[in-house]
Design a protein around this ligand. Structure first.
Ligand code: GDG
Length: 472
């Protein structure tokens, strides 16, 4: 196998395996922003992508899809339970989102996490060319940077963390807190979504490992100085802008409004069904507004898309029950034969339909209790070419650091959320337009391409410094 100059390591490969009705296997590129951001670069520099194909016990040889070399990592059913659903999604995920749900600490989950991280690291170390670059993504693979460094001291290593990094007071709960810090510190550039996440990581490294830290770097005992910095991620704005102009999709947006009985205002929520997203808080606020008669179902409809997520993890099963109970009650109390209070969709939709919903929505509700960035907020903004519409945005999202002209809310403050919803509904056109114009400028200028370019520039710089040190 030819070695690759640039290797991306992520939990998932950027493709989904599809079996056609006649039993043929095909691979479809998943529409995620990460692939879109890295695709041009991966093609130009001879890149490879290490990841899991999304199904248990799938033994597949490396293959190529859309010009990218894919190197599949196999996970057993037990490893999916322990490494992925367990340690990644039931230990790290809740801990790093400020313990909104109680993290579960199990030694066998940790052991599987170490084992699987080693498999990813070995695959990357085997694939990368002499002096090449490895870019590791996200919380499922925090040990990979140190492991790759151990196997391949010649390569430059980047790591990007897509979710929050908690304050030390919470992080300190993790029984394997020092191992995880050392894992991440194997990278030359450690990127976070917000400046606060980078600061939390630096504080943890200083407190736990007694490393010397400066504004954005750490000095390690071996003399290496990894860069620790915020690189706020964004979206590929092009498909959103283009789809938002398409006549059939604009017609579909009108049809959606009609289907809801032509309400004056449509509120929209789009989230994976996850307890970090504040879906219950949003539903409660809307329900109370109806109870109090401040709004009516004839005037204000609420569409909530809650795409199925992590359905085998207990906390997600409970959340689904709670959300569906709350919605059932509100709809039971307030629906009429012509109007539904909350149109709840526990389904995934094609991007075209998502854009039609963004176009139909007068108010976008993003009420996350904690969120690394929140791309939905940016997608909504990207589709609003007429500068109409209001974004209600939780201050606990990474996006809130950038999208200053949104209506900011604290999702825990239900009265505040209610006032923001009413404020959004009543906002004069001129103010909507002033805010949206500024939001759009921000999102269109700082797209995913700008994000990957700035991370890669930092990585290149780190690589040059390292080579100089080696030679010197
Ligand atoms: C993690 C961090 C960070 C959702 N339902 C459907 C659908 N989606 C798309 C959205 C959006 C994406 O999924 C969700 O991205 P978010 O950023 O909102 O949230 P997470 O999934 O939690 O992502 C987050 C992100 O990583 C990137 O670093 O921003 O903070 O938690 O693009 O549109 N897309 C389609 N159908 C659906 O039903 N097509």
């Amino acid at each position: 196998m030819v070695a690759a100059e640039f290797v991306v390591v992520a939990n998932r490969l950027p493709v989904d395996r599809i079996l056609t009705p006649d039993g043929e296997e095909i691979w479809r590129t998943s529409p995620g922003g990460l692939v879109a951001a890295l695709e041009p670069m991966m093609r130009s520099v001879d890149g490879a992508w290490v990841g899991w194909a999304g199904q248990a016990d799938l033994q597949i040889e490396p293959f190529e899809a859309d010009g990218i070399r894919l190197l599949p990592v196999t996970l057993s059913e037990q490893e999916i339970q322990d490494y992925y659903e367990g340690f990644s999604n039931d230990t790290i995920w809740p801990l790093y989102h400020d313990v909104i749900a109680p993290p579960q600490y199990h030694r066998e989950w940790w052991e599987a996490y170490v084992e699987v991280n080693r498999r990813f690291a070995e695959a990357a170390a085997d694939a990368v060319a002499e002096g090449g670059t490895v870019w590791v993504h996200d919380y499922q693979l925090q040990l990979v940077p140190e492991m790759v460094r151990g196997l391949r001291p010649d390569v430059t290593i980047g790591y990007f963390h897509h979710i929050p990094f908690p304050s030390h007071g919470l992080y300190a709960q993790l029984p394997w807190r020092d191992q995880v810090l050392r894992g991440l510190l194997g990278a030359d550039v450690i990127g976070f979504q917000r400046a606060q996440d980078a600061a939390n990581f630096l504080a943890a490294a200083k407190r736990r490992l007694s490393h010397e830290t400066k504004a954005s770097s750490i000095t390690l005992p071996d003399g290496r100085m990894p860069l620790v910095k915020a690189f706020p991620i964004s979206i590929d704005t092009t498909p959103y802008r283009e789809l938002a102009q398409r006549p059939d999709i604009r017609a579909r947006a009108l049809e959606i409004r009609e289907g809801l009985g032509n309400p004056k205002h449509i509120l929209l929520g789009v989230d994976r069904l996850d307890y970090t997203k504040g879906i219950r808080h949003r539903i409660k606020a809307y329900g109370e507004l109806l109870d109090q008669g401040r709004i009516s179902v004839e005037d204000v409809a609420f569409i909530q898309v809650a795409s199925p997520s992590r359905e085998r993890v207990d906390a997600y099963m409970h959340l689904r029950d709670e959300v569906e109970l709350a919605i059932g009650r509100i709809n039971g109390d307030h629906d009429t034969l012509g109007h539904t209070a909350i149109r709840y969709l526990h389904q995934g939709f094609p991007r075209e339909e998502m854009v039609a919903m963004y176009l139909a929505a007068d108010v976008m509700l993003v009420t996350a209790l904690r969120d690394g960035m929140n791309l939905v907020a940016k997608e909504y903004v990207a589709t609003r070419a007429d500068n109409r519409g209001v974004l209600v945005l939780s201050e606990f999202t990474g996006a809130a650091d950038e999208l200053r002209q949104a209506l900011r809310i604290n999702p825990h403050d239900i009265e505040g959320v209610k006032d923001a919803i009413v404020g959004a509904i009543e906002m004069p056109r001129a103010e909507q337009s002033k805010r949206m114009r500024a939001l759009r400028k921000r999102v269109l200028e700082n797209d995913v391409d700008a994000w990957s370019q700035s991370f890669l520039r930092a990585l290149e710089q780190a690589g040059r410094t390292r080579h100089r040190r080696h030679e010197g």
